[in-house]
Each structure stands twice: as C-alpha cells, then as structure tokens.
Design a protein around this ligand. Structure first.
Ligand SMILES: Cc1ncc(COP(=O)(O)O)c(C=O)c1O
Length: 428
C-alpha cells in the first residue's frame, strides 16, 4: 500500500474514530496499521515494517495471530451455526460449560458466557452482591478489571474520576499488604477481586502465602474470592490457570482475551456450584445477547483443547526457562537501566530503575521491531507477553531486540523532558 492510501486511512481514523489516538501515535512516530499478521508477527499495512508482538493484546494472541486450527474451527462452525439465541438451551454452550468444568478444580462447575472481560467481571461482582446480600467490594490499588460499570469501579481513580464519583462501597488496598486486606475485607464485604498476577500493575507476582491467606480470610468472612485470569489464564504462566501455582481455589474465575483465540470474542465467568444456585429462582435475570455465541463456543473449545494439552504447557515452560536465561544476561549487561525482571512462565516484564524508562522503552522497542507495552499502573515496568507458541529462535530475536532497544534508551533519555502529558515525551 502506498503512502497516500495509508495517510487516507489515518485521516479517516482521526476524523471518524479517534482524533486523540491518531494524534498520539503521530507524535510518537508510531503510525502503525496492522496489515498482514501471522504467528508472532504483525506487519504494517505499507509492508514496510514488521514487529514481533510481545504484547499479544494482553493474551488475546496466546496462540499467535490467525492460528490456522482456530480459524478452521470457526469456519466449520459457520457452516452449521450462528450466534444462537441466549434464551434457549444450546448444545455449544453446554459443551463449552462442561469442558471448562472439567478443566477447573473443585466445584467450579458453571459458566456464564459474555463478550468482553469487563462484562464478565461485572457479572461476577453483581452476582457476589446478589448471592451474599452484601454491597461492599474490595480490590487492589493498581489492579485493572475493565472499563465497564462495576469493573471500572474497582479500578484506579485515573480511569473513573473523569466519569463522576465512585460509590463508597468500593475500596482498594495495596498489593501485598495482607494486614490492609484483612482490615478492608469484613463480614460486610461481598467480594474481593484481584488478578492472580496483576498485569497493569507491572506483572506483580504475589507471594504464595499472600494469596493463600487472602483466600482463607475471604472464606472466614463469607466474602467471595474472585480471580481475574483474563490475561494470566490459559497457559500464559506455564499452568493452565495461574492460580494453580498458589494452591488456591477461588469462588469465581473470570476468563477473556485468549479464550477468543484472537478470532471470535467470547468470555466466561466460572462459578462454584453453590453460587450458581442464585439463578435458580430467576434464571433469566442476567442475559447477554452475543455472550456465548455458538460460533464463539466452538472457537473457545478449540482454544481449550490446544491450551490444556500437556505438550503445549510443556512447551510454554521450556521456552519460558530459555527466555529467563536471556533476561539474566540482559540484566548483567544493562544494570544501569534494568532493576530486574518479573516472570512466571511467559507472563513477564522488565523493571527499570526509572519511571520514564517504561514508556521510553515501548518507543525504543517499536523502533527496533518489537511491540511491547509499558504497564500503565507502574510505568517503571514494560510488560512482555509474547504469544505462547514462540520458538527458541524467536526468543533469541526478542532478547536481541530488547538489548538494542535498551541501547537506544540512552538517546531517548537525553531527549526526554518531563511534562504532564505522555504525549510530550518525545519532544526535545
Ligand atoms: C485483567 C483484565 N481484566 C479485565 C479486562 C477487561 O477486558 P475487556 O477489555 O475485554 O473488557 C482486561 C482488559 O485488558 C484485563 O486486562
């Protein structure tokens, strides 16, 4: 595609979709429009720039871009099925619900399907309130569960204050502070929600004891423990579910992103059996027209078949170990910039000494041919979530690009002047 055609797309986007996004990417010199996409790579529509995708849209592309088996499953599904009707019994939803129950521990036996992660979190919180007949919700500072109603209410002020006041029923506590959590979670709390590994907080990996004590305290106070595995589930950490590393069983588990195979949006809120009884009196009290679309169910079944396979998880673990070795070499070489790496499987992030280096690294990595996004709630960290299907050669490529990008940080740091807005970062 020629320059004029590409500029036309950018202008149409700027004039009819988002002026602000178009302006931001222009300012950063990151006017990338995804054209061809395959496996771990995305190529600009001009064909002139290719990036190795180390963000994977937060796990949407766990199985790579345009995974052929997932596409086949979707095409096959379209030969016989469509969205279906959410009022009726559905064989596809039944099959997906049964598969999830088989793959989840304990009595996490029921699933409610949705379209977005925010919707699935909203349902979990709504149900917690209905089931416990309590109103209060506790979440983590820096945690992120979506931009919809109840999910947004659990998030940081920066995402919600522009839209009005938050209900006083929502409280946040600091990650890792068990005493604060114990104080905030009381017999009046409906639910405590956290990601097993908070991604937007910079891939913050909790201590095993922290999660286990939280689980225990929730049980003691009758508070439902909701685990958000929208990013960290489906093999990302080397186990099918990240919470398995911590030997806990939550009351509800929220799944999204990767369940779609990057092809058809579908999410799930998985519930323990007693919680599902809330719906017995009124099974139609929660509906989602597109949630659990029958085509989406077929796609998700294929995703689960692939992600739960022992050889797939073995690959994730082996490749993670290899990636970790590369991280160790980088840390030794770039001590001046890198404070450390955080990693559980292929859920990983670089921690820089300085806050400005997370965003600057995103730009430097882009210039070196890698897409990696800094963590918005801890900007010292740049998240690294490559597709789970990456090869050893691609890990070598990632390590090489990180190395080169850190080399560029020196230049960007010199050019950097702190201003209020991120959009001023690259102005001299
Ligand atoms: C951990 C987590 N939970 C929930 C969500 C919300 O998902 P969605 O954007 O599909 O509504 C996200 C989105 O990034 C997320 O990262």
């Amino acid at each position: 595609m020629g320059k004029a055609e590409k500029n036309q797309i950018i202008n149409d986007f700027k004039n009819h979709v988002s002026y602000g996004k178009a302006a931001t990417f222009k300012e950063y010199g990151m006017e990338f429009i995804i054209g061809e996409r395959r496996g771990a790579y995305i190529t600009d529509i001009s064909g002139k720039k290719t990036l190795i995708n180390c963000h994977s849209n937060g796990g949407v592309f766990n199985l790579g871009h345009r995974n052929p088996e997932v596409i086949d499953a979707m095409i096959k599904a379209t030969e016989n099925f469509d969205i279906g009707n959410h009022h009726l019994i559905s064989s596809q939803r039944a099959a997906l619900g049964k598969k999830l129950a088989e793959l989840m521990p304990g009595d996490l036996n029921y699933s409610v399907f949705g379209v977005s992660g925010g919707e699935a979190v909203d349902l979990a919180l709504k149900l917690a309130k209905g089931y416990t007949k309590r109103n209060n919700i506790v979440s983590l500072k820096g945690g992120y569960h979506g931009h919809t109603g109840l999910a947004m209410a659990t998030g940081d002020a920066q995402y919600r204050t522009p839209f009005g006041e938050n209900s006083s029923a929502y409280k946040q506590v600091a990650f890792g502070d068990l005493d604060a959590a114990r104080k905030a979670i009381t017999p009046e709390t409906a639910a405590f929600i956290m990601e097993t590994i908070p991604a937007t907080l910079g891939i913050a990996i909790p201590e095993k004891k922290y999660l286990q004590e939280l689980r225990k305290h929730c049980a003691e106070t009758g508070t439902l423990f909701i685990i958000d595995e929208v990013q960290c589930g489906l093999g990302r950490t080397g186990k099918l579910w990240a919470f398995e590393h911590f030997d806990i069983i939550p009351d509800m588990v929220v799944l999204g992103k990767g369940l779609s195979g990057g092809i058809y949006p579908i999410t799930a809120t998985v519930l323990r059996e007693p919680i599902e009884t809330f719906f017995h009196k009124n099974p139609f009290i929660h509906v989602s027209t597109f949630g659990g679309s029958e085509i989406g169910c077929e796609v998700a079944l294929k995703v689960l078949e692939k992600s739960a396979a022992p050889e797939f998880l073995h690959h994730v673990n082996q490749i993670s170990e290899y990636l970790g070795q590369g991280y160790e070499r980088l840390q030794k070489k770039h001590k001046k910039y890198i404070a450390g790496f955080r990693q559980l499987g292929l859920m990983s992030g670089i921690v820089f000494h300085e806050e400005k280096h997370g965003p600057l690294f995103t730009k430097a990595a882009y210039d070196c041919g890698m897409f990696a996004l800094y963590a918005n709630n801890d900007k010292r960290v740049c998240q690294l979530l490559p597709p789970l299907i990456i090869t050893k050669e691609q890990v070598d490529e990632i390590i090489d690009k990180i190395d080169k990008a850190i080399g560029k940080l020196k230049f960007y740091s010199a050019a950097y002047r702190v201003k209020e807005s991120m959009s001023n970062i690259f102005r001299k």
